[in-house]
Design a protein around this ligand. Structure first.
Ligand code: COI
Length: 331
């Protein structure tokens, strides 16, 4: 008898992967476009196995509803799991898994944003759009002549380090747990040294209570005047107000942001008819030297397939054996 699986937050481009997984893993998957909420759960058939995306906020209250409905295994089809109260889930007997898709999509996108910030690409495009084809003010900097500071050298940060090294950049890295495989590529330094030396700082750390506003007024003040910031990890790593202040004074000369604080309030939706009330988003988008993109670095054909497959695979393995390498715990 196929295992019933319920998946929320499912986009049309994920459907073919879910259909294939139902056959590969011999399960019956019911998909819903809605985010996981107490109300959307009511519409779903009973199942102890649930898959979600990063848009569903899963707090202790919602976890209580899941536990009452008999859900025992919850997987997020995302690398980050900061939208789930994992400790509360574990206390209720719900096991939580995330996914670890290959780092290429986010790493390659990060390099693109690094190049766009160094080469002033947003300003060039804005001026081109207005038929201003002059050069003055559009001079860029070369990646190969720059020092890049990589904060966090897990699989994505490590891949970014390798890619920018191939351009000839000097690569500094900070991580409480250095990655031995990068010994020939990066110089591990303290966070303060990285911040004060790098021309471009790129963030690849998870959002944890300790990392919240890792880049704040004090740490940004330590950066080289005119340094640049790229963030394809989590918006919560940067204090948006401090970044805006530093852009206004020129302390930060450019930024490439695929994420900002609370970004999923608008990102991944068509908000053309909405009045955006997130002032940080409005201000950041308004700078000609700040590229803002909608938390889309992950979004490739390869990664979407991997997200769906790993989510279903880990849920069924957890259900069968109680363990899987993608299990996360709240301690
Ligand atoms: C992640 O996988 O952690 C992402 O940032 C992707 C997104 C769908 C939330």
């Amino acid at each position: 008898m196929p295992v019933p699986v319920v998946a929320f937050d499912v986009r049309p481009d994920e459907l073919a992967d879910f259909e294939r997984c139902a056959v590969t893993f011999d399960c019956e998957i019911r998909v819903f476009a809605d985010q996981l909420t107490a109300a959307s759960l009511e519409k779903a058939p009973a199942s102890d196995v649930v898959s979600i995306l990063g848009n569903s906020r899963v707090d202790a209250e919602l976890l209580g509803v899941l536990a009452d409905r008999g859900v025992r295994y919850l997987s997020t089809r995302t690398v980050g799991f900061d939208h789930i109260d994992v400790a509360a889930a574990n206390a209720l007997g719900i096991k939580v898994a995330h996914v670890q898709y290959p780092p290429n999509s986010v790493a390659e996108y990060t390099v693109m944003l690094i190049l766009m910030t160094l080469r002033q690409m947003k300003r060039i495009q804005l001026r081109c759009d207005a038929q201003d084809f002059s050069l003055a003010g559009n001079q860029g900097r070369e990646l190969g002549a720059s020092t890049v500071g990589v904060v966090g050298t897990g699989s994505i940060g490590a891949h970014v380090a390798r890619l920018v090294k191939a351009f000839g950049a000097r690569v500094l890295a900070y991580d409480p747990y250095p990655n031995d495989s990068l010994a020939e590529i990066v110089e591990y330094v303290s966070f303060d040294e990285l911040m004060s030396t790098a021309d471009v700082v790129t963030l690849h750390a998870p959002a944890t209570p300790e990392n919240t506003h890792l880049l704040n007024a004090a740490s940004i003040a330590k950066m080289r005047p005119g340094a640049m910031i790229v963030n394809c990890a989590r918006g919560e790593l940067i204090d948006s107000a401090a970044l805006i202040a530093a852009l206004e004074t020129g302390q930060i000369s450019a930024a490439g942001l695929d994420v900002i604080e609370n970004d999923l309030r608008y990102f991944h939706q068509d908000a053309r008819l909405a009045t955006i009330t997130d002032r940080n988003l409005v201000l950041l988008r308004g700078f000609p030297n700040v590229v803002v993109t909608p938390h889309i670095a992950f979004y490739t054909r390869e990664v979407v397939t991997s997200m769906v497959e790993l989510s279903i695979e880990s849920l069924l393995a957890l259900r069968a054996t109680g363990n899987h390498r993608l299990l996360v715990t709240g301690n």
